[in-house]
Structure formats: structure tokens, C-alpha cells
Design a protein around this ligand. Structure first.
Ligand code: SF4
Length: 604
């Protein structure tokens, strides 16, 4: 199908310094868990996005020196010439499809604890960064950089820039954001220096400007230089000469790079789950940038709607549409818009399972795109499936797993029948997506059902409960059972092992609520699953006017939600909704409307 002319603007080339992006689709740097130890995995993962039409494809954070070591979190490196070859594979894969390749040169400063390299973390003034944050927590305190350290830092960036150009990168980032070293110089809370790099805003901008100059000089203007910068904290600070300190800082930086990549400060808000943030949620913080600079600006906002993208450009918010999660969920998002196939976009649901991969220290995985991270190892492609299967398959269960199984089998060439006991397809997501904030999770069903309904080799049977005999009598060559799981009524023992059960009047599992049961009066939500369900139920019950006490065995609500960037906003939501939170406690018994609790550690 031809492209909708409404979207033509998205396919205009954009000049970025000495380079030209072929269109406005820009895969901004994002973590993938793929270090230099997996260069082919990384090349195939990034190259797939270029094949799918992204005009620029970048790495994740790429350390310029061993004094910036993020372990146990994975990061790439450009520490010496031996690192060039690994990156060249990615650049070749990206260039093969006509896209530009970008590298995010990174020094973490006080945010990188150098656990493997054992270098002293560096900082402007010795102030630790997020020292109580899970994963960053440490007893180490950073070194105050002297003039020699600053000269070294600039030289490391220049050396890394030269290597990056040799590898084939077109766009070289200086990273002054998200708490990393150059950004620590920008913020007065972390920069208490009294030399030329501290004090007033002009001095605090000096390091970032010198890094940009060093990177440009190192490649003698052949590569474009981008500045990635966080705005959230700076916007909150007043300025005597501008609307905010962000306006003042950007006024000093406005002519320095060839491109601005603007973002928030904290991962939980920069990469916020859809549960708490809508598409384009950064706009209020970053939109002013285009009023300050004439350089192109890229920013993210979990954009999956081409109309929203067009609006961002026409309203002068952004020049390039940044994508991290949308590019993981659908590497072919630009190609589908270009070919008039918007309805086939596999939209990111904002669940942030991809972020949890980085927190886990492993290659990226995605709820919507199961091929993500498996492009090289298993040769999986998000759009092309080998037609290598014959015969027929019966899939029992029309929830997320059943529909995905049916889709893959049908694409492989089988005759597929899907039997769903209920009236509607969707399984657990039919109800779960009605919980507060989870509406976009239903995209998992929408996408798959839409695809299946259009396939001639697929038959969908709603209201078709099946016994084992029914399934055998159906006569399919293969049977896939995808009937899901149920919630347990187990209590949590002192060693966090399920122990004993709670049952009887007034006790409900999520499944009971899904089937229509609704508690009356005050409610305890006992959560030792620690992902989204417990906190989403507390929110739902509070929204219905019930007094809710959320009891969790962990030290925070939705403790695993740290992995998906949900946890901070769950706590904020609890405060807004008046939900009482009791942490590190377990329910020991419940009878006659009275619950007995015990502390997880003391037992009392
Ligand atoms: Fe989007 Fe979830 Fe996939 Fe991440 S894991 S890209 S948030 S659908």
C-alpha cells in the first residue's frame, strides 16, 4: 500500500552536522545488555532496526575508560583499539541498510562504581550519586577530580571518538545526562567546585563544552557530534536570568553540538511505564529546547502513533522522532508507516520488561517482540518466518500465549485453529488490562488477534471449551495447550517459601476478583508476588472507595517493580490514593475478619 501523504514529513532527510539522516526515525541510545563480548548479537539486534527503516541507530552507553565501569550492569567499551572491531560489526550492519550509526560515549563518574576495574569513581566534588539506590548502592565514595583528572577525561573522550570513527560511527555522543559525570558538573548539588568548572552556570557548562570540542576535533569535523542532556532537575531550578536553570544552561550550550538529544533525569521517569505515563510524556519538560537552539532536536516519548509523531514535528517540539522501546517492540515501525501498514505496527505496551533485562545484566527481551535479542543466536526475524511447517495445529486457549503460538504456527504455514472457552479472546489480559494504568497492555491481544483474523489458514473459535476427548476428536496433527495458570492461596513463610494456606470467607485471589467477587469494607492486600498485580489491586480497590492496607513481605511496595521502573511511581500512587503501606511483614493468619501479621525478620 502507498504511504499516507499525511506521514510524508516523517520521511524527510535531516541534516545533522556533516551527516544526513535519511528520515526522522532515530533510534536513540538505549541499553541492550549486549557488551563487546557479544558483538554479533549486538550487530544483528541493531542492524534489524536499520533494516526496519530507522534512519539512525545508536549503541547503548559505551564507556570511554575503565574508570567508568558499570558492572554488574552491562555496558559496551571503547577503551582501546582492540574494541574497534566489535563495534565495526554493528556499524556495518546498520550501514548495510542505509542508516547512520551513532555511539553514546559515556563516563558514569560517581554513578559508576567500577566494581570490576576497581578504579576510584570520579566526581566533581565527591558527592555520591544515588548511593541508596538498589544496584548502585555501595560503601565507596567518589574521588574529587583535580585538573589532571579533567584533562584525562577530555583526552579519553577524544581517544574514544577516534576509535569510534574507525569503527564506522557517524554520530558521536557526549553524554551529559542521567546522573553521569558531565551532568554532575552541570548540577550545583553535585558540583561544589570553586575553580573554572564550578560555581556559576557558565563554569558548570565548561566541561560539557570542552568534551564536545574534543570529540569534534578528534574526528576533525567528519563525524556529527550529539549532546545527550537531561532536563528534569535543571527545569526545577530557578534562574536569575532565564525561565529556569535548564533554559540558562541550554543557552550556553545551544550552538555547540550538531544535535541535541533531550531527556529526563531518572530512568523511572525517562523510561516510565505506561502504567503511569502516556505517549509523549516528556514534552512539558523538553519542548522549550527548540526555542533555544537552531540545531536539530531528538527526544523520546514511547511514540507509536504516526499522527503523534507528525504533531511533534509540526508543532516544533522535535525534529527527529526518538525511539527506544518502540524500536524494540517493532524494529519495522518506520517501514510499516512508509508502506501504509500502520495497522500492523506491533506497538510497545510500556511494560518495561526490556529495562528489567538490563537490571538483570542480560540481553534485552521484549513482551511484544519475542525475537528481540535472538536475531543472531537463533536467526529470528520479527517479520519473516520460514514457511517450514505443514499440517494442522489446535491451540487451546486464546490468551497471550495461545495467540502468539497460533500466530507463529500460522506464519510457518500450518492450518491453525484456536479454541477459546470464553466469549472473547484475550485470556487474563481481558481483566488485567482493566486495572488502573494497564489499558495499553491489551495491545498484546489487539496486535495478535488482528493478524490472525486476516490469515486464511487460521480459524478462531470463541465460546469453545474443550475436554481432553474433544481435543483428540478434533483431529489436529498437533495440540498446543495454552490455558494459563491460577493464583495460589499460599501464605509466605519466614524464609519466603510458600507455607500454609489462607482460605474461607473474605479471602480472595486475583482470580476471584476477575470473576466478579468484590470485598466490602477495609481490605488487606497481601503481596509476596512483588510484581504489578498486588499494587494494581490495591489501586483498584482504593479507587472503589475501600480503605486499603497493602502488606508486603518486601522492603518496598512492588519490589520487583524496581526492575521495570514501576516501583517509585507505585509508592507515589499509594500516597495519592491513601493506601496504607506495611513493608517487611507477612500475614500469618486471617479469621473472623482479623489478620495476624509478623515481621519478616524479627518474626514479631
Ligand atoms: Fe515495550 Fe514492554 Fe517490549 Fe519494552 S518489553 S519494548 S516496554 S513492549
Amino acid at each position: 500500500m502507498p504511504r499516507n501523504p499525511r506521514y510524508d514529513i516523517l520521511f524527510q532527510p535531516v541534516q545533522i552536522g556533516p551527516k544526513t539522516a535519511p528520515n526522522r526515525f532515530f533510534q536513540v541510545p538505549h541499553a541492550s545488555g549486549m557488551t563487546n563480548a557479544a558483538p554479533r548479537v549486538r550487530a544483528a539486534f541493531r542492524g534489524m532496526k536499520a533494516e526496519g527503516g530507522w534512519g539512525v541507530v545508536c549503541t547503548g552507553a559505551c564507556s570511554v575508560h575503565p574508570s567508568s565501569d558499570d558492572s554488574p550492569f552491562p555496558n559496551a567499551t571503547l577503551w582501546d583499539d582492540a574494541d574497534i572491531k566489535a563495534h565495526a560489526l554493528m556499524c556495518d550492519a546498520v550501514h548495510d541498510h542505509g542508516a547512520l550509526a551513532g555511539v553514546e560515549l559515556w563516563h558514569g563518574g560517581a554513578a559508576a562504581m567500577n566494581r570490576t576495574t576497581r578504579y576510584a569513581p570520579l566526581s566533581p566534588s565527591g558527592v555520591p550519586w544515588m548511593a541508596t539506590h538498589v544496584g548502585f548502592m555501595t560503601s565507596a565514595r567518589p574521588k574529587v577530580m583535580d585538573a589532571g583528572d579533567i584533562r584525562d577525561l577530555i583526552r579519553w573522550h577524544a581517544d574514544a571518538a577516534r576509535r569510534a570513527e574507525q569503527a564506522g560511527f557517524d554520530i558521536l555522543y557526549v553524554y551529559s545526562g542521567m546522573g553521569y559525570l558531565p551532568y554532575q558538573f552541570l548540577l550545583s548539588d553535585y558540583n561544589r567546585r570553586t575553580d573554572a568548572y564550578g560555581g556559576n552556570v557558565q563554569n558548570r557548562c565548561r566541561l560539557t563544552l570542552e568534551l564536545i570540542d574534543a570529540v569534534r576535533e578528534a574526528t576533525q569535523g567528519r563525524c556529527a557530534v550529539a549532546l545527550r542532556v537531561s532536563m528534569q532537575e535543571l527545569r526545577a531550578r530557578p534562574s536569575d536570568v532565564a525561565e529556569s536553570e535548564a533554559h540558562e544552561v541550554m543557552g550556553h550550550l545551544k550552538d555547540a553540538p550538531d544535535l541535541f538529544d533531550v531527556k529526563m533525569d531518572y530512568s523511572a521517569f525517562d523510561c516510565s511505564p505506561s502504567r503511569f505515563s502516556a505517549e509523549g510524556s516528556h514534552e512539558a519538560t523538553v519542548a522549550f529546547m527548540k526555542t533555544v537552539t537552531g540545531k536539530p532536536v531528538v527526544g523520546v516519548g514511547r511514540f507509536t502513533s504516526p499522527d503523534t509523531m507528525v504533531s511533534m514535528i509540526k508543532r516544533g517540539v522535535l525534529d527527529l522522532i526518538g525511539g527506544a522501546r518502540p524500536s524494540i517492540a517493532d524494529p519495522f515501525l518506520p517501514a510499516k508507516i512508509n508502506e501504509g501498514r500502520e495497522a500492523e505496527i506491533r506497538e510497545c505496551i510500556g511494560c518495561n520488561l526490556c529495562i528489567s533485562s538490563w537490571h538483570d545484566g542480560v540481553w534485552v527481551r521484549c513482551t511484544q517482540n519475542p525475537t528481540a535479542g535472538e536475531e543472531w543466536r537463533r536467526g529470528w526475524h520479527p517479520e519473516k518466518v520460514a514457511k517450514d511447517a505443514k499440517g494442522s495445529a489446535l491451540v487451546i486457549g486464546g490468551g497471550p500465549a495461545g495467540l502468539e503460538a497460533a500466530l507463529v504456527l500460522a506464519r510457518r504455514g500450518m492450518q491453525v485453529s484456536v479454541a477459546e472457552a470464553g466469549r472473547d479472546f484475550g485470556g487474563r489480559l481481558l481483566w488485567e488490562s482493566s486495572l488502573p494504568g494497564l489499558r495499553q497492555w491489551f495491545r498484546v491481544i489487539d496486535y495478535r488477534l488482528g493478524q490472525l483474523q486476516a490469515m486464511a489458514n487460521v480459524r478462531l473459535f470463541p465460546e469453545s471449551p474443550m475436554t481432553a476427548q474433544d481435543a483428540l476428536d478434533f483431529g489436529a496433527d498437533h495440540i498446543v495447550v495454552a490455558t494459563g495458570a491460577d493464583w495460589d492461596r499460599a501464605l509466605c513463610g519466614p524464609n519466603e517459601i510458600p507455607e500454609g494456606r489462607v482460605d474461607g470467607p473474605g479471602v480472595y485471589t486475583p482470580t476471584d476478583l476477575e470473576r466478579g467477587a468484590m470485598p466490602q469494607g477495609p481490605v488487606i492486600v497481601h503481596d509476596f508476588d512483588n510484581y504489578y498485580m498486588g499494587s494494581a489491586l490495591s489501586e483498584m480497590l482504593a479507587d472503589r472507595g475501600l480503605p486499603v492496607t497493602h502488606v508486603t513481605t518486601a522492603g518496598t511496595a512492588a519490589a520487583w517493580g524496581f526492575m521495570t521502573n514501576e516501583q517509585p511511581q507505585v509508592h507515589q500512587s499509594f500516597v495519592r490514593r491513601g493506601i496504607v503501606l506495611r513493608t517487611s511483614e507477612r500475614v500469618v493468619s486471617f479469621a473472623g475478619g482479623t489478620a495476624r501479621l509478623a515481621h519478616m525478620l524479627s518474626g514479631v
